[in-house]
Design a protein around this ligand. Structure first.
Ligand code: NDP
Length: 362
């Protein structure tokens, strides 16, 4: 096992769903030398900035969890940004990591990079066997290129850059944007708001029939670190130089309708669920074959209902913290306003006195 707890690890995208889970898990497991940069501090699409960062930081290992990510709506609306930004981020990070002798890197793919009609459960070998799902093709092309970048540096320069293909993820720290979020955070928010507002029904995009697999992000982070701790001989024995990625999933899937029912139960929403079949369904089924990961000694531990309860709890906690922050901001503004009114009053009475004394002088 490759467990040097003092190696210098850069987690790219540490504020995101996956990056934050990887960061928490690395710290929990005893890794002490972790480097992070916010998006504001380091723009990963900017080659110069990435070059300077790697040249000055002496990084030993990289978890590349920074990416432009979103659901069907965001992928369909911003295809240019999805392909451009992801190609730029991964090219800059992988190339500069290699230029600065980083031997070990983990690249994050996504299950949407498998062919739309791949046989189920999807084996690692099915990559690029047929056409992609059109709604996220640009994003998927970038991710495919990321895996091929890692493999090409490994083949040409002997690096040990590994790739994982996680299934759909959820958990604390997710993006709850009303239009740009993934299935579980989007549904959690919608059911929560419907319960608070007392809405009689909730409408869901598509028919509810597509089947999806959902993995809790803490399980995912655990799997990533497990994989990076494996000796390179063992990793290579279970992969191929030009098929080096490993699936990470739960081994079982569920329909969108079933997951919506489960979320309604967790949130306590008792209205009806309607399906808007005028909206696209996306890929009919996405269920990963996880035999390789099992052979490498890992399996998930968090069940879907348990994970959803934890996620809903963290969503409510974040809402509460945001409300408290908004309230304390409002109080700040109010007290500032009072202070200003007081100062304004003082200035006015000083001005009045001055006018009065000026009047006396005349
Ligand atoms: P998030 O959107 O939650 O996080 C992305 C992170 O990357 C954020 O910290 C973001 O910072 C940062 N980032 C994005 N663009 C840039 C940039 N140009 N420069 C610097 N930082 C940037 O995404 P996830 O955590 O969900 O996804 C991470 C990875 O996991 C992706 O590669 C994705 O494909 C993969 N994955 C995710 C799945 C999921 O269900 N979420 C499923 C399968 C794979 P900021 O927010 O400040 O912009």
């Amino acid at each position: 096992m490759n467990t040097d707890f003092h190696k210098r690890i850069y987690v790219a995208g540490h504020s995101g769903l996956v990056g934050s889970a990887i960061l928490r898990t690395l710290k929990r497991r005893g890794y002490t030398n972790i480097v992070t940069r916010s998006h504001a501090e380091l723009e990963l699409t900017d080659q110069e900035q990435v070059r300077e960062f790697f040249a000055s930081e002496e990084i030993d290992e990289v978890y590349l969890a920074a990416a432009r990510v979103g659901g069907i709506y965001a992928n369909n609306t911003f295809p240019a940004e999805f392909i451009h930004d992801n190609l730029a981020v991964q090219t800059n990070v992988i190339h500069e990591a290699w230029r600065n002798n980083v031997q070990s890197l983990l690249f994050l793919g996504s299950s949407c990079i498998y062919p739309r009609m791949a046989p189920q459960p999807i084996k690692e070998a099915y990559l690029m066997e047929s056409a992609l799902e059109p709604t996220n093709e640009p994003y998927a092309m970038a991710k495919l290129a990321g895996i091929k970048l890692c493999e090409s540096y490994n083949r040409q320069y002997g690096t040990d850059y590994r790739s994982v293909i996680p299934t759909n993820l959820y958990g604390s720290g997710d993006n709850y944007h009303p239009k740009n979020s993934h299935v579980i955070p989007a549904l959690l928010r919608r059911f929560h708001e419907a319960r608070i507002e007392g809405s009689a029904s909730v409408s869901i995009w598509g028919t509810g029939n597509p089947r999806r697999e959902f993995l809790h992000v803490d399980d995912m982070a655990d799997a990533c670190i497990h994989l990076m701790e494996l000796d390179s001989e063992l990793y290579r024995a279970h992969t191929q130089p030009m098929s080096s990625h490993v699936n990470i999933g739960t081994g079982s899937d569920i329909t969108i309708g079933e997951v919506a029912g489960l979320i309604a139960k967790v949130v306590g929403y008792e209205g009806t669920i309607e399906y808007d079949s005028s909206q696209p369904d996306g890929t009919p089924r996405k269920w990963l074959n996880t035999e390789c990961m099992q052979e490498l000694g890992w399996k998930p531990t968090i069940g879907l209902e348990e994970g959803l309860i934890e996620t809903y709890f963290s969503y409510c906690r974040d809402l509460l913290e945001n409300t408290q922050r908004a309230q304390s901001r409002a109080l700040d503004v109010q007290s500032q306003h009072r202070r200003q009114s007081f100062l304004f009053g003082q200035t006015r009475s000083a001005a009045h006195n001055q006018t009065y004394s000026s009047d006396l002088r005349h």
